[in-house]
Design a binder for this molecule. Sequence first.
Ligand code: FES
Ligand code: FES
Length: 157
Amino acid sequence: MKKITLTLKINDEKYEIITYPNRTLLEILRDDLLLTGTKESCGEGACGACTVLLDGLPVRSCLLLVTEAKDCEITTIEGLAKGEKLDPVQESFIEHHAIQCGFCSPGMILTARSLLNHNPAPTEEEIRFAISGNVCRCTGYAKIVEAIQALSNRGRE
Ligand code: FES
Ligand code: FES
């Protein structure tokens, strides 16, 4: 197989990549670019640990060929904070003790960010539906829902 060259836009930065076209976005992020905030857990689309935003929408980077991400805006967990300033979703997760392990948290936070960008005042049901593809095997999700709900309520004030 022949290598290809492509440019990826990740967290507002451009990266020129030379790679085989059958590699996943997850492999490129973690192995080539060392953006290891994106986690690999199941590797087959079931858990959401590898979630990144593609043009603002959550996708499973373990299922996406890197070539499919070309010309898209990719956001990883590393791109949410602006310098020292955390994203409000990150702050709310901390305030509400919703930070779980390093495997499920990045995907949960990115999914929540995308939800709030598209629906600034989601109901509890909408929140639960939005994060239903992000699996945490250890929690009842209550704190995570609370953290997102706090921002939703803020949006309604
Ligand atoms: S690692 Fe991609 S969905 Fe589980
Ligand atoms: S899988 Fe991350 S805390 Fe449960």
